[in-house]
Design a protein around this ligand. Structure first.
Ligand code: MG
Length: 379
């Protein structure tokens, strides 16, 4: 029987690539549900191509408009619609490719419904990591990473036992400002920050790559995904984005995963795991990729990485607060309200004032998320 997949975030860059993978794997994968924010034309075209059994659009007016165009497919709306798609009875695997904290509720709905979950956005695990881990245990479901670094770690970890791990090393491209001096970083514009050298992604994650917050969030995500202590998780700058991450074992052996930067690889890995099958990603070209570089990240120029590391070390509500406040500050930078360096400066000030506590319910996670957003809007 084919694996029945719900794709959440089908209008984004990962969502579109996931549909290409689903087409390639059509013998074993069937798209039964699609969800997105508001893009009616695109979802209409995707509905015609993949004939899902249900669609959800977060935007209610867009949902009504799409319903008129596809009268034969139920189109649900709002966050209830997204949750309904996540827990839809005829779904085996929920691929969460929504960015930001908006991914949290549908991910929880999928886990509670006992679905296998592939997660491309890191925010759900960052904000509610401890609680999510308990939830996964309770519902005995599998959570597979689709972020390229975590997919790499997942693959490398198959080389040894968990207690044999000395450290996880996440690679970071370093973003567009890797070689900029601290003074130059004061003046960079949002257009410059949006020009990522290796990957085409949505604006939020692209800015996070430029500040290195993306790597910080990924370190937090790795801690909760793989249950490896915070002090054993590190980052290294690797501008070519060919080595997607590495695991060092206690005997000093370092296992790396390499591939051309193409999200089709981690998407397919999550969909077919524990098997592998022929995929869309081309072979590595040694002529183009004849040298690979590595260097330690500079936390003085990129303080967001340090802030994320200390939030991870402090635990409790710090990662949740950091994630939500950062999301708002990035949005304010994109709106040209604050400067690039102000993202880290304001975030540091907010974190210093935060009174952390242990998060033991979804309500508490959402409460801290809300507090952080409110504080970040006005600071
Ligand atoms: Mg990544």
């Amino acid at each position: 029987m084919r694996k029945r997949v719900a794709l959440l975030g089908s209008s984004g860059s990962i969502g579109k690539r996931a549909l290409a993978v689903a087409k390639h794997l059509r013998e074993e994968v069937e798209i039964v549900a699609l969800a997105a924010k508001s893009q009616v034309d695109l979802l209409h075209a995707q509905a015609l191509e993949f004939s899902p059994k249900v669609i959800a659009l977060w935007d209610k007016e867009a949902a009504l408009e799409l319903q008129k165009r596809v009268p034969h497919i139920p189109v649900l709306a709002g966050s209830e619609g997204l949750n309904a798609v996540s827990s839809f009875a005829e779904v085996d695997f929920v691929l969460v490719a929504i960015t930001g904290t908006a991914a949290l509720l549908p991910t929880v709905a999928a886990i509670c419904a006992g679905k296998e979950v592939g997660i491309a956005s890191k925010e759900a695990l960052v904000s509610g990591g401890e609680w999510m881990r308990a939830l996964l245990n309770k519902h005995q479901t599998t959570l597979l990473p689709i972020d390229s670094e975590h997919s790499a770690l997942h693959q490398c970890l198959r080389s040894g036992k968990r207690e044999e791990v000395r450290r996880l090393i996440l690679t970071a491209s370093g973003g567009p400002f890797r070689n900029k001096k601290k003074e130059e970083l004061q003046r960079v514009t949002h257009q410059e920050a949006l020009a990522h050298p290796n990957w085409t992604m949505g604006p939020k994650v692209t800015i996070d790559c430029a500040t290195l917050m993306n790597k910080g969030l990924e370190m937090i995500e790795a801690h909760y995904l793989f249950d490896i202590p915070a002090q054993k998780i590190q980052a290294v700058v690797h501008p070519e984005s060919i080595v997607h991450s590495l695991v060092e074992f206690v005997d000093g052996s370092l296992i790396a995963q390499l591939a051309e930067p193409d999200m089709a690889m981690p998407i397919q890995y999550a969909l077919t795991w524990p098997r592998r099958c022929p995929g869309l990603t081309p072979s590595l070209d040694w002529v183009q990729r004849s040298s690979l570089h590595f260097s330690p990240p500079d936390e003085e120029r990129f303080p967001c990485l340090r802030l994320a590391r200390s939030a991870l070390a402090e635990g409790r509500s710090y990662p949740c607060f950091l994630n939500a406040a950062n999301e708002v500050l990035v949005e304010r930078f994109l709106q040209q309200e604050i400067s690039f360096m102000a993202i880290a400066e304001k975030l540091e000030g907010l974190l210093e004032k935060h009174n952390a506590w242990r998060l033991s319910s979804l309500e508490e996670i959402l409460a801290v998320d809300g507090l952080a957003r409110e504080a970040a809007r006005t600071v």
